[in-house]
Design a protein. Structure first.
Length: 234
């Protein structure tokens, strides 16, 4: 069983009673220590460069260093990677072609860490691609909820006709129709070696093939991001 964003304690006894393994996602050393004390068997260290909702503020390399130094018996051996953003581009992922295009075309600096898309999950940091909603919010000075531009905009509708407002914590899946580019486009920060928009590759995964047409985001207003430095005090 895999838990995150809270305590693993309520599930530890039940999981262990049937011989299971309890994994728990952590974003800091303090959270890791608490998780181990509460019964977690495996720690999943999530760095701040991860896509989607992000638990901590340290980059993965620094977080892993702290965990190895402080919890050597827990962290030693068994290192592995957890992939999320990569599988959004797989044929099995029920997301719009535009979302796939945006993820594959993104380069270093094309994401932002903020609490912007909070309708449905307030107060939770998340990393998304810089799109029209992010740029509009940044241009307005990064105001808080209730004062953001387009706060009540209906940017799309679900298959049953249910409207989706701007700043909702909703990704553009197949059934949604509307301004999909304005949605929360969750994605991890691309590495420095990744391709850039100027290269304009063609997306070809399985049977899905399409030219990349997603517009490059503006690079301004980076002060609106909660992006952490490469290292931080213990």
């Amino acid at each position: 069983m895999w838990t995150a964003w809270g305590s693993p304690a309520p599930y530890a006894a039940a999981v262990h009673a049937v011989g299971g393994t309890l994994l728990h996602t952590v974003g800091s050393l303090d959270e890791a220590r608490t998780a181990v004390a509460e019964g977690a068997d495996v720690l999943v260290a999530q760095g701040a460069e991860a896509g989607g909702h992000v638990r901590g503020r340290l980059l993965a390399r620094e977080l892993l260093r702290q965990l190895r130094d402080a919890l050597p018996s827990v962290v030693a051996g068994g290192d592995a990677a957890v992939l999320g953003t990569r599988f959004q581009c797989s044929p099995e992922a029920d997301v719009s072609p535009l979302y796939r295009q945006a993820v594959l075309a993104a380069g270093p600096g094309d994401t932002v860490l903020a609490e912007l898309f909070d309708k449905g999950w307030p107060g939770a940091l998340h990393r998304v691609l810089r799109n029209s909603t992010v740029r509009m919010w940044a241009a307005a000075g990064c105001p808080p909820p209730g004062s953001r531009p387009g706060e009540r905009d209906m940017v799309a509708h679900r298959g049953g006709g249910t409207p989706v407002e701007r700043y909702a914590d909703v990704i553009p899946i197949g059934e949604i129709i509307g301004d999909l580019e304005a949605f929360a486009l969750y994605a991890g920060e691309p590495p420095r070696s990744s391709r850039t928009f100027s290269q304009r590759p063609t997306l070809s995964i399985g049977s899905f093939r399409a030219p990349l047409t997603y517009s490059a985001p503006a690079k301004a207003a980076r002060s609106c991001s909660y992006d952490a430095p490469a290292t931080a005090p213990r």
